[in-house]
Design a protein around this ligand. Structure first.
Ligand SMILES: Nc1ncnc2c1ncn2[C@@H]1O[C@H](COP(=O)(O)OP(=O)(O)OP(=O)(O)O)[C@@H](O)[C@H]1O
Length: 698
């Protein structure tokens, strides 16, 4: 209600200003326009910030136009600019633009764009920007982005204004040629054209610079935001567990965000530029075609050239839409199959040894060929569609060159218009036509853009549902005093809801070394995941000792890309420990041969054997000194004497650490004080049975 009345107030004020400005009430016009601008700024708070910038800038342009008109009336601006947007049209134009922008705020796609964009524009993060002649300035990142967009809008509107002025230059120059007036010709060329061209070049350069600064800052911000959301609260892991929503998150973060930023910028400012061009040049076409009669008749049609141009452009746009529509779905599919293909290649690179050992090359080749086949199939569908589309658009664009001449020649030959006016019509016709057919030229970009938006939206949805699953999980991790780790009424389930294991009252005491055994698939690793707080499916409580640190070593350790130092200290920063400490930890973990190669960067996960990787993980634990250490078959790849040695050093170097291990080997029992065995009933439900005292497994 409030919104609607504000919009109405804005429209009313502008229309009032428009009607008054048409009359002689000049003194009222500026205050009224200023009031309208204030209304817009206030009402603009109701639309997303991204749209608000356009609203304010367009209203400000409206004021500038009014000032120009008033300047002309006061005799400060001279020359025959009949057809230049007169005050009523300027005010009405601003009103229409304002109404369109308010309307846009309710279009679902625009809302999605604004939601993502406003994250950047509303950012409160402190940032620095270097401004020429001023130096480094500190401001909020959102404020910096807002100002750059506002300046870019101003630059684009200034370019439209310059184009309008240049169309009058073209008219005057051709008229001088027709009249063989050399002085007027040179005057137009040097006094009018040269300074305008210089300004044009200067603002075009500024635009390129600002546009690039904006897109990289905007992308950097969104990149940090999305990576944060994806990694936050373990959403990345849960998304994979849930198995729905977003395939290829890497593509969405690296490519889709880049495309989103670039396309949002070019489409929004491009659209505004074309709309402003349309309004300005329609006014020129309308004025020139005054008194034109419908060909073959004496019937005068006001603004005949405008209607012909609009009909021509609408026909072109409509046919393009009919032919090009399927490209939206096809482009979406292309991105998906390309990403799948890239992922399968990256995965092969990761598992190259396993593939070589299994002689899986031909199976891999088949898989790769099949995935590439999907790329080719879809690509061919896109090509066929594009050929159809291009056949039409090329013919259409060729016709554009001659159509305005065909339309105006009869009027020129009967002396209704001068050569200069004919030339101006040709220019104006092509600008109006290209503005109207903007949709044609950006059709494929729009299709691609919609696909990018859809992918970002489903990615956000998948992150949100992963966060929700975590937030709503009935499996809670609670800090408790007493030093013990206890499981209370714990029901662990699989993602599909089926029961996996039940544990109640089981406690792990500090200082006690526990071994968990049990059949494969009985849920030992999943119980560890639940204790670590990353498994959301199930209910019950895990009471963890207050303020104590935990570390879990899986069977296959994760080794990040980078130096050996980074690999050993992960997930801590590599400068957390001295080189001497890191080297000592590696030697203690029975990896003396690599202890002096800390700076070496290589694919360590592919260079080190699994047993060596497991010892590297032990070195990590020796450095981190956790209060609780969970070893999930973390020494399974070691020979028995090395395994024994590893357990000995853990006990010696980490005497305060409570160790809980999972393992199948009977020899492990010797390094533990207690054994818990997972028993599985006939329904597949497992229960940990406390055997109190560790005994060699049979
Ligand atoms: N993300 C998942 N989605 C569906 N099922 C899963 C998932 N992770 C584990 N499971 C299932 O849960 C069961 C228990 O797996 P878990 O890895 O905990 O067993 P485990 O006792 O550690 O086995 P092993 O001794 O072979 O390592 C298995 O049947 C496994 O298939």
């Amino acid at each position: 209600m409030i919104k609607a009345s504000l919009v109405l107030a804005f429209v009313g004020l502008s229309v009032l200003a428009a009607s008054l400005s048409g009359a002689v009430a000049v003194p009222f016009y500026l205050p009224l326009s200023t009031l309208a601008l204030a209304g817009v700024m206030y009402a603009g708070r109701l639309v997303p910030k991204f749209l608000r910038i356009f609203l304010v800038m367009l209203s400000a342009t409206h004021l500038v136009l009014v000032a120009l008109i008033l300047g002309a009336r006061a005799g400060l601006i001279t020359g025959d600019y009949t057809g230049y947007v007169p005050p009523p049209s300027a005010a009405l134009g601003a009103t229409v633009f304002g109404a369109i922008i308010f309307g846009l705020a309710y279009v679902p796609v625009v809302r999605t764009v604004c939601r993502i964009t406003d994250r950047y524009l509303e950012s409160q993060a402190d940032s620095l920007i270097r401004i020429p002649f001023i130096g480094l300035v500190q401001a909020r990142e959102g404020t910096i982005g807002t100002w750059i967009i506002a300046i870019l809008i101003a630059i684009n509107l200034a370019q439209v204004a310059l184009n309008v002025r240049l169309s009058f230059f073209s008219r005057d120059m051709f008229n001088a040629l027709e009249a063989k007036d050399a002085a007027a010709f040179w005057y137009q060329l040097f006094v009018i054209f040269t300074p305008l061209a210089a300004v044009f070049v200067a603002i075009a350069l500024t635009e390129v610079l600002l546009q690039n600064v904006l897109t990289i800052r905007w992308r950097a911000y969104l990149n940090t935001y999305y990576v944060g959301e994806w990694l936050g609260n373990g959403a990345h892991y849960r998304m994979q567990l849930l198995g729905r929503g977003a395939d290829n998150p890497d593509q969405r973060i690296s490519e889709d965000l880049r495309k989103f930023v670039e396309s949002t910028y070019s489409l929004s400012i491009g659209l505004m530029n074309q709309a402003a061009t349309l309004v300005s040049f329609v006014a020129i076409l309308w004025t020139i075609s005054a008194g034109f009669t419908f060909p073959g008749t004496n019937v005068e049609v006001p603004g005949l050239l405008v209607w012909v141009c609009a009909g021509y452009a609408i026909l072109g746009t409509w046919v393009t839409h009919l032919i090009g529509r399927p490209l939206i779905g096809l482009n979406f599919e292309q991105e998906r199959v390309e990403a799948n293909y890239r992922f399968s290649l990256a995965r092969l690179r990761e598992y190259t040894e396993q593939v070589a050992l299994l002689s899986g090359e031909s199976a891999e080749q088949e898989g790769i060929a099949r995935r590439f086949g999907q790329i080719v199939d879809n690509y061919m569908r896109i090509v066929i569609r594009l050929i159809k589309l291009n056949t039409f658009t090329s013919a259409y664009f060729q016709a554009n060159v001659v159509v305005p001449y065909i339309l105006t020649a009869p009027y020129y030959f009967v002396g209704k218009i001068s050569l200069g006016q004919m030339q101006q019509v040709v220019g104006a016709f092509s600008r109006v036509e290209s503005a109207l057919t903007y949709f044609i030229t950006i059709y494929t970009t729009l299709a691609d853009y919609k696909a990018v938006l859809d992918r970002l939206t489903t990615f956000e949805g998948a992150i949100a549902s992963a966060q929700r699953v975590g937030g709503e999980s009935k499996l809670s991790i609670t800090q408790a005093s007493g030093g013990e780790l206890r499981l209370k009424d714990l029901d662990v389930r699989l993602p599909d809801g089926s029961a996996l294991l039940r544990a109640d009252g089981l406690a792990f005491r500090p200082g006690e070394r526990t071994l968990m055994t049990g059949p494969s698939g009985s849920g030992k690793s999943t119980l560890f995941r639940a204790i670590a707080g990353i498994w959301p499916f199930g209910e019950g409580q895990v009471l963890v000792p207050e303020g104590q640190t935990m570390m879990l070593l899986p069977q296959r350790p994760y080794i990040p890309i980078g130096s050996l130092r980074d690999a050993v200290t992960y997930p801590s920063r590599s400068d957390t420990y001295t080189d001497a400490e890191i080297a000592e930890a590696l030697r203690t973990a029975k990896l003396p041969q690599i202890a002096d190669r800390l700076d070496e960067e290589r694919a360590w996960s592919q260079t080190l054997s699994l047993g060596e990787q497991q010892r590297l993980a032990v070195a990590r634990a020796l450095l981190a000194k956790p209060d609780w250490l969970f070893l999930d078959e973390a020494t399974a790849a070691l020979d028995e004497p090395t395994e024994a040695e590893v357990y000995r050093v853990i006990q010696e170097k980490l005497p305060q650490t409570t160790v809980v291990s999972i393992g199948h080997r009977s020899t492990l029992a010797a390094y533990h004080d207690r054994r818990i065995d997972m028993k599985r009933n006939e329904n597949g439900l497992s229960t940990p049975v406390d055997l109190r005292q560790a005994e060699p497994a049979e």
